[in-house]
Design a protein around this ligand. Structure first.
Ligand SMILES: Cc1cc2nc3c(=O)[nH]c(=O)nc-3n(C[C@H](O)[C@H](O)[C@H](O)COP(=O)(O)OP(=O)(O)OC[C@H]3O[C@@H](n4cnc5c(N)ncnc54)[C@H](O)[C@@H]3O)c2cc1C
Length: 542
C-alpha cells in the first residue's frame, strides 16, 4: 500500500509527546521568558534558564507536537523520526553529552550504533566509516594505501577546524561590546577554515577524486556538496561523528519528553498548536512579548526565537524594528539550503527475523557529488544525487516493545523547492492530481532504490509514505521547505546575524541558526542563548 499523504495528522495528545494544547490550556500568569518554537534549541535554552536561574519559560509551538525536527509522527503500528537519524559526541566525557544529561536530568538514554555507523556506496564501490579517529584513519588507509599522509592530514585538519569552532561559537554569546573588541581574534582561526569550500581544502590534500568523494560522503548531513559547502561546516560534522554515532533510546520523541520536566518544574510550560504571529516591541524598541495568531498578546521581559533567523527577522519582527533590515539583508545574501524528500517505510518483521540493516547507507551514482547534484537539480529524472537510508527501528532497543513485529526505514534525498512551489498555496491533502502524480513517481523511484540496495525488504513493505518540501514548509515552518535553514556556504559563517545576539534588546535567537545545524548544533545554539541571557558560560558547568 502506498499512502500518499504528507507528514502528520492533526491530533492533540500523543502518548509520550511533550506539550499541552494551547487551545485547551490557554496560558495565564506571569512568565520570565517566552520561547517561540519548541525545537531542541528552544527546549535546551528553556531548560537551562529554568535549571540555572529558576526562570519560568513559556514555550509556544505552532505544530501539534513539541520538539521541532526531533518530533516523531505515528501511523497505526509505526512511528518515524522526522529529523533525527544519528547523533555524535554522545560518549562519556563529551560536553554535548553532559549538556544533554543536564537538561534531561539523565532521563534520556543513548544507544551506540554499530562500529560501522555509515557506509558510503559510490556506484558499485563500498566504504565503511568506522567509529574512532584512529580506526577511521586506518580503514581509509586500507582503502587508499597510497594516500596515508593525505588521510592523516585530513583528520588533523578536521579536528583542528572543529576545535577552533569552540571559540568561534563562544564569541556569539559574549556581550556585544566585548565581541567588538575580542570577536575578531575569537573568530579568526575557525574562519580561516570556514571561508574555503570543502572541495578547495581537500584538493590541497589529495588529487584522488575517489578519496575526496568518500571523505565527503556525509555531505547530505549538511546539505551541500563539496564545491559549495564551507570546510568549517564539513569539519564540524565530520568531527561530530568521528568517535561514532548514537540514537536516543525510545526514539526521537524522548528528547522533548525528557527535557520537559526541567522546564515545568520551574513553573514553565510547553504549549502546542500555539502559533506566534509577531514579536511585540515597546516604545523603546525592546521586545516585551508576542502576539499569537489568534490575536492574544502574551508578555515577558525576555523572548527567545527558535523559529529560524529568516522567520524571526522577515516575519515576526515589525518592519520598523531597529537593525532588522540590515540583519535580514545579511541573511538573505546566504542561499537557503535545499529541500528534501523523505520516504517513511513500515515493514512487517517475523519474530526472530534479523533487522533489515543497522548501518546508515549513503548511496551515490558517481564520485562527483557536485555534478550529480547539478544534473538532478536540472532534471528530476536523473539519478538521485545522494540517498540516505536509515534503519531507525534497528537503532532503538525499545522499538520492538512499542511496535512488536514491525520495523521502520527512512530514505532521504534532496529536492529543489522549485519543483513543488507551484502547489505552495494549495491545501494539505488537496494539492491536486498533478502534485499527487509527482509524489507518486518520486516515492516509487525511492522505493525501487531501497529494494535494490536493501533486497531483504522485498515483500515486507507494509506502509510507504512520502514527505515533500511542502510538508517541511507546512509542519516545520521553513518557508522554502529547506532542510537546514541557511545553506552551509562559506558566507554563512561570516554572517553576524546568525547569533543569539540581536539588535533588539531582550530578544535572542536560539537553535541551529544561532550556532550551526544538527541536533547538537541547535542544542549548542540553546546553550549559547542561555549563556548570552545569563551572562555566563553555561557550558562551563554550574
Ligand atoms: C530530514 C532531516 C534529517 C536530519 N537528520 C539529522 C540527524 O540525523 N542528526 C542531527 O544531528 N541532525 C539532523 N537533522 C537536523 C536537525 O534535526 C536540526 O538541525 C535541528 O533539530 C534544528 O533544531 P532547531 O531548534 O534549530 O529548530 P527546529 O527543530 O526546526 O524547531 C523550530 C520550531 O519552531 C516552530 N515554529 C516556527 N515558527 C513558529 C511560530 N511562528 N510560532 C510558533 N512556533 C514556530 C516550528 O514549528 C519548529 O517546531 C535533520 C534534519 C532533517 C530535516
Amino acid at each position: 500500500m502506498l499512502l500518499m499523504s504528507t507528514l502528520t495528522q492533526d491530533h492533540d495528545a500523543i502518548p509520550g509527546n511533550a506539550g499541552l494544547s494551547y487551545k485547551q490550556h490557554p496560558p495565564e500568569g506571569e512568565w520570565d521568558a517566552i520561547a517561540i518554537g519548541s525545537g531542541i534549541g528552544a527546549l535546551a535554552a528553556a531548560a537551562l534558564l529554568a535549571e540555572r536561574a529558576g526562570k519560568r519559560v513559556l514555550v509556544l509551538e505552532r505544530h501539534y507536537t513539541a520538539g521541532g525536527f526531533t518530533h516523531v509522527f505515528h501511523r497505526p503500528g509505526y512511528e518515524w523520526d522526522v529529523g533525527v537519524h544519528y547523533i555524535g559526541q554522545m560518549g562519556a566525557g563529551s560536553p554535548i553529552r553532559a549538556l544533554f544529561d543536564e537538561i534531561t536530568e539523565g532521563r534520556l538514554k543513548w544507544n551506540a550504533m554499530p562500529e560501522v555507523y555509515d557506509r558510503i556506496r559510490i556506484a558499485d564501490r563500498s566504504y565503511d566509516f568506522v567509529s574512532g579517529a584512529e580506526r577511521f584513519t586506518q580503514r581509509m588507509q586500507e582503502y587508499f594505501p597510497q594516500e596515508g599522509a593525505a588521510i592523516r592530514r585530513y583528520v588533523a585538519q578536521v579536528r583542528d577546524a572543529a576545535g577552533a569552532g569552540s571559540l568561534f561559537f563562544a564569541e556569539k554569546a559574549i556581550p556585544a561590546a566585548l565581541a567588538r573588541v575580542a570577536g575578531p581574534l575569537m573568530r579568526r582561526r575557525f574562519l580561516s577554515y570556514a571561508r574555503r569550500t570543502t572541495a578547495e581544502t581537500l584538493a590541497g590534500l589529495t588529487a584522488n577524486r575517489e578519496l575526496i568523494a568518500v571523505l565527503t560522503g556525509q555531505w547530505g548531513d549538511y546539505g551541500l556538496p563539496p564545491g559549495q559547502s564551507s570546510f568549517g561546516m564539513h569539519a564540524v560534522i565530520a568531527e561530530h561523528y568521528l568517535e561514532g554515532a548514537f540514537y536516543p533510546v525510545g526514539g526521537a520523541s524522548r528528547i522533548a519528553a525528557s527535557i520537559a520536566p526541567a522546564i515545568e518544574r520551574a513553573g514553565g510550560r510547553i504549549l502546542v498548536g500555539a502559533e506566534v504571529e509577531q514579536i511585540l516591541l515597546d516604545a523603546r524598541s525592546r521586545a516585551t512579548g508576542v502576539r499569537m495568531a489568534d490575536g492574544r498578546e502574551l508578555h515577558a521581559p525576555l523572548i527567545l526565537s527558535d523559529a529560524g533567523a529568516w522567520n524571526t527577522y522577515a516575519r515576526l519582527l515589525p518592519p520598523n524594528a531597529p537593525g532588522r533590515a540590515q540583519a535580514l539583508a545579511e541573511i538573505e545574501r546566504i542561499p537557503v539550503s535545499m529541500a528534501h524528500l523523505s520516504l517513511y517505510v513500515g515493514l512487517r518483521r517475523d519474530p526472530g527475523e534479523p533487522e533489515f540493516g543497522d548501518t546508515n547507507l549513503w548511496i551515490y551514482p558517481s564520485a562527483d557529488h557536485d555534478a550529480n547534484l547539478a544534473r538532478y537539480a536540472a532534471d528530476p529524472e536523473q539519478p538521485f544525487p545522494g540517498m540516505f537510508i536509515s534503519f531507525p527501528s534497528a537503532k532503538d532497543p525499545d522499538f520492538a516493545r512499542r511496535h512488536p513485529g514491525r520495523a521502520t526505514i527512512e530514505v532521504v534525498t534532496l529536492a529543489p523547492y522549485g519543483w513543488f512551489e507551484r502547489w505552495a498555496d494549495t491545501r494539505w491533502k488537496r494539492r491536486g492530481e498533478d502534485y499527487d502524480a509527482l509524489k507518486q513517481r518520486l516515492a516509487e523511484r525511492l522505493r525501487a532504490e531501497l529494494e535494490r540496495h536493501v533486497p531483504a525488504v522485498r515483500g515486507k513493505i507494509d506502509h510507504c509514505e512520502l514527505s515533500t518540501p511542502l510538508s517541511t514548509r507546512q509542519f516545520a515552518n521553513y518557508h522554502q521547505g529547506q532542510i537546514y535553514g541557511p545553506a552551509a556556504t562559506p558566507e554563512r559563517f561570516r554572517a553576524r546575524a546568525l547569533s543569539p545576539r540581536t539588535p533588539i534588546p531582550n530578544l535572542y535567537l536560539t537553535g541551529a541558526d544561532a550556532a550551526v545545524l544538527g541536533v547538537a548544533g541547535a542544542l549548542s545554539g540553546g546553550a549559547l542563548a542561555a549563556s548570552a541571557v545569563l551572562r555566563r558560560n553555561v557550558m562551563a558547568g554550574r
